[in-house]
Design a protein around this ligand. Structure first.
Ligand SMILES: NC(=O)c1ccc[n+]([C@@H]2O[C@H](COP(=O)([O-])OP(=O)(O)OC[C@H]3O[C@@H](n4cnc5c(N)ncnc54)[C@H](O)[C@@H]3O)[C@@H](O)[C@H]2O)c1
Ligand SMILES: [Zn+2]
Length: 366
């Protein structure tokens, strides 16, 4: 079992990752769980149907009272209606300020559950039990959110979990697409932090070949990168913006394509290629490296043809609406080199030129 401590201004918590991590409920977290009048598990209905027993067999013997609220699977969870429905459930269960929420699902479930926890009676503790690879990222760092029909993640809070308990046994049931999505964020963490680790990741020719031991190690590295950045800049005033590498163009692809047609991580992979090309222009990334990276990403099955149905003007509209845009300029996290991120404002003309180059180059490479 590996543990990483995250120290933020208001709190300090541990992220535990390993096979059998849920056993920690009965050991390290036994007294903590006993200190609550109720434990409410908010869970993605798909995850619950496959894995809920694994969690409940640990929680049942120790919780004073335990209830389970199933929420719709995936992104559909993050609506104001589901938020309200969860609040109603907590009230109906007579939850109090001495109750705790356990989020059991991927990033969508974690984002909703965190937002519910941060607002119920002005805030009650919550524990993240992430069940996707992508959620190695979303479960750490304390961003919670639901979506508004005019924008994703537009309603939310910064609210740190009390612990993150990441039992990798549940990851074996993820679809190929969800593995690809999550691994894109792992690769992002390597790109912004560590050339040697990136070399190792670029040696993977199929995610199917990764052993659980290797996957766990990559996830622990990713969590450590995220934790270090969040500790330095919890509220995204400075270095936390580096985590947005690949996300400015990536979010535009996700939004313009319609959420659900491409996963978050897949869109981020396309965004990272665009932003590597921008990093050639504004930093010192070599063209040869980007081309090698494009071949790698294509070989792993990232869906580059998606771009063909998304005109630049559509993407620009979303980039200009990005939360990270300020005073009309679009700000990007780029790389001077692998492991050395920096921030760069780019104007619309340059964005269009880069967009043309991106389309040419992902069309050309094998
Ligand atoms: N808070 C943050 O810092 C942060 C960071 C990155 C992403 N996010 C958010 O995370 C969300 C994406 O998270 P995600 O990629 O985990 O997606 P998700 O939560 O939508 O899950 C993806 C799909 O996988 C299924 N699933 C989950 N775990 C499974 C398992 N173990 N076995 C089989 N199926 C499983 C889900 O039912 C769902 O259909 C987005 O809403 C994004 O905005 C938040
Ligand atoms: Zn992301």
């Amino acid at each position: 079992m590996e543990s990483i401590t995250v120290n933020t201004h208001g709190s300090s918590y541990d992220v535990h990752i390993g096979e059998g991590a849920y056993h920690l409920f009965g050991t390290k977290y036994h007294e903590f769980i006993r200190s609550f009048d109720q434990v409410v598990v908010l869970t993605d209905e798909t995850v619950a149907s496959i894995h809920l027993d694994l969690l409940l067999q640990e929680l049942k013997p120790i919780a004073r009272q335990l209830s389970v609220k199933r929420i719709p699977a995936g992104e559909k969870a993050k609506t104001i209606e589901n938020f309200y429905d969860c609040q109603t459930f907590l009230l109906e269960q007579n939850c109090t300020r001495k109750s705790v929420i356990v989020a059991f699902g991927g990033g969508a479930c974690g984002d909703l559950a965190g937002f519910v926890a941060s607002t119920f009676m002005r805030g009650i503790p919550f524990i993240q039990c992430p069940t996707t690879i992508l959620a190695h990222d979303s479960a750490v760092g304390g961003k919670t959110a639901i979506n508004h029909e005019d924008g994703k993640n537009m309603i939310g809070t910064f609210y740190q979990p009390a612990a993150v308990i990441y039992d990798v046994r549940v990851l074996t049931t993820l679809s190929e697409q969800e593995v690809r999505s999550g691994m894109a964020e792992v690769i992002k963490h390597a790109l912004i932090s560590n050339p040697d680790w990136l070399d190792e990741l670029m040696g993977i020719s199929s995610f199917d070949d990764m052993t659980m031991v290797e996957l766990k190690r990559h996830l622990a590295y990713g969590i450590a990168v995220k934790a270090a950045i969040v500790e330095e800049d919890e509220r995204e005033q400075s270095v936390r913006k580096y985590l947005n590498f690949g996300h400015t163009y990536g979010h535009a692809i996700e939004a313009a394509g319609g959420y659900g047609s491409i996963t978050h991580g897949e869109a981020v992979m396309l965004g990272m290629v665009y932003e590597l090309i921008a990093s050639e222009r504004f930093g010192n990334v070599q063209k040869g490296f980007t081309d090698q990276f494009i071949d790698y990403a294509k070989h792993l099955g990232y869906p580059f043809p998606t771009i063909n149905r998304l005109p630049f003007v559509e993407l620009l509209k979303y980039m200009e609406k990005d939360k990270k845009a300020s005073f009309g300029a679009v700000q990007f996290a780029l790389l001077d080199q692998v492991g050395k991120p920096f921030l760069q404002v780019i104007d619309a003309d340059e964005l269009e030129r880069l967009d043309r180059e991106f389309r040419d180059r992902v069309g050309e490479t094998k």
